[in-house]
Design a protein around this ligand. Structure first.
Ligand code: SAM
Length: 620
């Protein structure tokens, strides 16, 4: 069962008490002073944030998000002392609802005005909690990644290295699961050498667990009536090879400009995320913007509804929520939230609802269809233009990339002056893969049509779709393997779209007033390709043992330094691009990714090679 348990709470002397654990969230005497004493000073954050390098974020992990009080105190400390950026990652297994958190934050803001600005921001962005990871912004340089789920599962699936930890999971005597050796062992795995942890507890089990995880601990004076607390420092990295070293994060690119080849939705999304992280990029390619699906008259922002809890189900859910959030925040009005409905059996809808994977209230049953109120249509060119508004754009297609000692150079057709050097390259060229000849991409041809006639009030899908487009009807889309030749609409495809529209609308649409054909980039498993590219020969050598099922300590992935792919978006590119752009930008810049490891693996470019090695289909 995936659904998250709701906390059973009561107010207690100005703090919250959990009836499940019979323990309080923070001190009734003065919660903020306790937080500052135990977690902020216990990790020496004022000094360390002041000395922070600006080319990498300071990362704080937390066990037990609760009301967010510790996170707010960290934001304030960063704002007063820090440079660069702050990444917070916090796990919570019994999340407060939006309403309960808003109430808790309002009393926190009233009681401690010094942290009120962040309390208000957190209340505004805190999601309707659902299992999995979600990232929100608490300020221009502060991101918070919330991992909703059991602590053990979330830590195993996390992939970052923290500078400091707040261990705040109720008293060990009341909640031993939060302090188990393997949980604290994961904290050790996720800590940078020399990173620290602090906790109010001095229980011997906690001290032992920290020690086993490689931390040296010391007792320090506790807050208020508590005599002692613990401060710990990671002295010895317990070498624990990751489960799947072939999907390890690449060495980040700490400085320098990034070149993005392709100015469609993928290129624009990663450029936008890099910009938000303070990194400069240059995007190449007027062509792709006008050729690919990114310049269709409109696209759908509709979710894929899965009835099982899998990494793919979580990925497409998170992608939909991120797309709605990103497109709704654009300056130009690219997104029209008209809502959408899709055909489904009622039993399947009930199964999806019972799974608890989707935030409550996001979908409902309206008779014979599932209704998704947040769905809508997107004007892709308008969205791409807005995402690229603050990015340097060279409106020419790149025809060659070369790696030199100083970085990557980009050659554009007919030019002798090669821009560069760039610290990294992102290949975001959709179905056209001239620069990555063995990309596992198959182009598929799709056509949509715009018909005269009364538009539907909302999107309707059943495999095909109709959607309102001003006073017209948008209908699509056809699928056919691309055999080469011109990418042009055909009468047969218009008729196929007309038949599908008639069936969905219940009446015959008017004349076709526009038709558009474009290529989709599809992959063998139909999931996108986003991440670092292997040096193929070196990867085959490194992982050839997989073909014999050999269990051994495999080396970390041999990537081509600074080379990334962002393609294979299929027919869901407008939905998946914002989340994937944020993931890729985080990977390039060493920030905490919004994606947990199982989803990062789902989209990793190396997965096809690893699969083929495991199946013995490749011999070195
Ligand atoms: N840091 C919080 C704050 O600033 O309000 C207070 C945290 S409270 C002391 C402990 C938190 O740990 C609770 O929110 C509780 O729901 C969470 N928790 C307890 N057991 C957990 C588990 N097994 N997995 C994830 N979270 C858990």
């Amino acid at each position: 069962m995936t659904r998250l348990p709701e906390p059973d709470l009561e107010a207690d002397r100005g703090t919250l008490r959990s009836r499940d654990f019979d323990d309080i969230y923070y001190s009734p005497d003065d919660g903020l002073s306790e937080t500052e004493h135990v977690f902020i000073n216990g990790n020496d954050l004022k000094k360390r944030l002041g000395q922070q390098e600006t080319d990498r974020p300071f990362v704080i992990g937390e066990l037990g998000f609760g009301t967010g009080l510790n996170v707010l105190a960290a934001c304030r400390c960063f704002e007063k002392n820090g440079h660069g950026s702050l990444n917070l990652w916090s796990v919570e297994g019994f999340p407060l609802s939006q309403k309960a958190l808003a109430e808790a934050l309002s009393s926190i803001a009233e009681r401690w005005p010094a942290i009120a600005p962040w309390a208000e921001q957190l209340a505004a962005v805190y999601p309707n909690p659902a299992p999995g990871q979600t990232q929100v912004s608490l300020g221009p340089r502060i991101t918070l990644t919330l991992a909703f789920g059991d602590v053990r599962e979330c830590l195993i699936n996390a992939d970052f290295r923290a500078n400091a930890w707040f261990l705040d999971g109720f008293a060990p005597s009341r909640n031993p699961a939060m302090w188990a050796d393997d949980v604290i062992g994961q904290v050790g795995r996720l800590t940078k050498s020399g990173g620290t942890a602090a906790t109010f507890s001095v229980a011997s089990g906690v001290r032992d667990a920290l020690q086993k995880a490689g931390f040296a601990w010391e007792k320090a004076p506790g807050f208020g009536r508590k005599k002692h607390m613990l401060r710990a420092r990671l002295e010895k990295k317990m070498t624990r090879s990751p489960e799947a070293p072939w999907y390890a994060r690449p060495t980040p690119c700490r400085s320098g400009e990034i070149a993005i080849i392709g100015a469609g939705i993928a290129g624009a999304a990663v450029a936008y995320s890099l910009f938000r992280k303070g990194r400069r990029s240059t995007v190449f390619g007027a062509g792709s913007r006008h050729k690919a699906a990114s310049s269709n008259p409109a696209g759908l922002i509709m979710p894929r509804l899965d009835a099982d809890d899998t990494p793919a189900a979580r990925f497409y859910r998170d992608a939909f929520l991120e797309a709605v959030k990103t497109y709704s925040s654009l300056r130009r009005k690219a997104f029209t939230p008209c809502g959408g409905s899709t055909t489904a059996e009622r039993s399947r809808f009930v199964q999806i609802q019972n799974l608890g994977l989707w935030p409550d209230g996001l979908m409902s049953w309206d008779g014979d269809r599932v209704w998704i109120s947040q769905a809508g249509t997107l004007d892709p060119s308008c969205a791409v233009d807005d995402l690229l508004a603050r990015v340097s754009l060279i409106e020419k297609d790149a025809c060659r990339i070369t790696q030199t000692d100083g970085g990557w150079m980009v050659q554009t057709a007919g030019e002798t002056n090669h821009p560069g050097p760039f610290a990294a390259i992102v290949l975001a060229t959709g179905a056209i893969q001239d620069l990555w000849p063995d990309a596992p991409i198959t182009p598929s041809l799709g056509q949509l049509d715009v018909f005269d006639g009364a538009p539907p009030a909302c999107i309707m899908t059943d495999g095909h779709y109709v959607a309102p487009l001003g006073s017209k009807v948008l209908a699509g889309a056809t699928y056919a393997p691309f055999q080469g030749g011109p990418v042009a609409p055909t009468h047969d495809n218009s008729e196929a779209n007309r038949r599908a529209a008639r069936s969905l609308l219940g009446f015959e649409p008017g004349a076709s007033v526009a038709s558009r054909a474009a290529l989709r980039a599809t992959t063998p498993d139909r999931h996108p390709i986003v991440g670092p590219l292997y040096d193929k020969e070196a990867a085959i050598n490194a992982y050839q043992g997989l073909s014999k099922g050999r269990k051994m300590d495999y080396p970390p992935a041999p990537y081509q330094a600074g080379l990334y792919a962002f393609t294979g978006l299929g027919s869901r590119g407008l939905v998946t691009a914002p989340l994937l752009g944020a993931h890729l930008a985080a990977m390039i810049t060493d920030h905490v990714s919004p994606l947990p490891s199982d989803i990062a693996a789902l989209v990793h470019p190396g997965r096809f090679l690893i699969r083929d090695l495991k199946r013995g289909k490749i011999s070195p």
